[in-house]
Design a protein around this ligand. Structure first.
Ligand code: FES
Length: 360
């Protein structure tokens, strides 16, 4: 491969026409300020170093926010902490990107390079040319050669080494978190707890639930929780549906878990935990929008399509003296996706205490 650097003329006079076109040549090369002015060169170098510095600051902000800011259950607090971490990661990444671009545009050679078409196998001369180009590139970048740029190299290496920490630190930090998977086996539901509408928390009477309707449900009292409200909601959300009792295939051992065609199932997909929220009342199918797992509500919410491996857990329900729908207990199995220590029956000790009104 051979390259020719910047043929200096606008259009070679008397150049031969090829396929009816005249070779226009390359435009005149106008040197940049940094090419001719050592002060401008230094200034550009400082600007690049400053951009890498921005990246380093961003990394510090991300890690500092993760470690120093206290995230409460309040949505504003969660937003603020996430925004601070996200801003830090943004600065860490954009600083490196802009620094590299600025470096290439202002300090590295900007001559047009022309490469002639050549045979598939490179000639020895072309190979030498390639090696020379690489050397020239290293020289231009200031990484090697005569004009070394230790400030740039140092700031770039520091930024490159530090930037991954902005992403990795939260993961590493979570290694010591609570990995007790038995938490997934319990939800807020207790015996006698009313099923209420999501999000306003108004209780639901059996007479409100007409055939074909679907309610998004949260446990009574969830909105009053002071701590872990979001975590509890994520585990306890339920879909309440009413079918024609003649369409309902009652599962063995669950003869009294429904009321006159009204059934309640966990809304958390057993694949990877998306909310299952699309109900097709003609087929009685619940569809998870994430990967299209489909559950048959008329048949114990069994999987009829998609990657989910087990039915949605059913919440046993009853109706109290005032006609409101209440839970008979917590779920009898862990909700959500499978995990390595998941146990599937009530004998595993995961099943929650059924005492009415017991706190979680
Ligand atoms: S999370 Fe529901 S199908 Fe994947």
């Amino acid at each position: 491969m051979s390259t020719t650097e910047n043929p200096t003329e606008h259009g070679p006079e008397g150049s031969e026409k090829q396929n009816g076109f005249e070779n226009p040549g390359l435009p005149y090369h106008r040197p940049r300020r940094a090419d001719v002015d050592p002060k401008a060169d230094k200034k550009a170098e400082r600007q690049v170093a400053a951009l890498f510095g921005v990246s380093i600051v961003g990394t510090i902000v991300a890690i500092g926010s993760y470690m120093a800011l206290d995230m409460t259950d309040e949505i504003d607090s969660i937003r603020f902490v996430n925004m601070a971490i996200g801003l830090g990661i943004f600065l860490a990444m954009i600083g490196i990107g802009l620094g590299a671009i600025h470096w290439a545009k202002t300090l590295m050679r900007d001559h047009e390079m022309v490469e002639e078409r050549h045979a598939m196998r490179s000639s020895d001369e072309a190979r030498e040319g390639a090696i020379q180009n690489l050397k020239d590139g290293a020289e231009d970048s200031g990484i090697g050669g005569v004009k070394r740029r230790p400030v740039l190299i140092g700031s770039m290496l520091t930024a490159l080494l530090a930037a991954p920490l902005a992403l990795l630190w939260p993961q590493i930090g979570n290694m010591g978190a609570d990995w007790n998977t038995s938490n997934f086996g319990h939800t807020m539901w207790r015996k006698g707890m009313r099923l209420t509408r999501d999000p306003d928390g108004t209780p639901i009477k059996a007479s409100d639930v007409t055939i074909g309707s679907a309610f998004h449900v949260i446990p009574d009292g969830l909105n009053e929780l002071e701590h872990h409200k979001i975590e509890e909601k994520a585990k306890a959300v339920v879909l309440l549906l009413r079918l024609d009792p003649r369409d309902l295939k009652i599962q063995e051992g669950r003869e009294d878990w429904s009321f006159d065609g009204i059934v309640a199932y966990s809304k958390i997909c057993t694949h990877v935990g998306c909310p299952v929220a699309l109900y097709e009342q003609q087929t009685h199918h619940l569809l998870c929008p994430c990967h299209q797992s489909t559950f048959d509500v008329a048949d114990g919410a069994k999987v009829v399509f998609g990657p989910a491996k087990r039915p949605l857990p059913q919440l046993p329900i009853a109706v109290d003296d005032e006609g409101y729908i209440v839970a008979q207990s917590d779920f009898h199995e862990p909700i959500g996706p499978s995990y390595w220590t998941r146990l599937s029956d009530t004998s595993d000790g995961l099943h929650a205490d059924d005492t009415e009104g017991s706190s979680h």
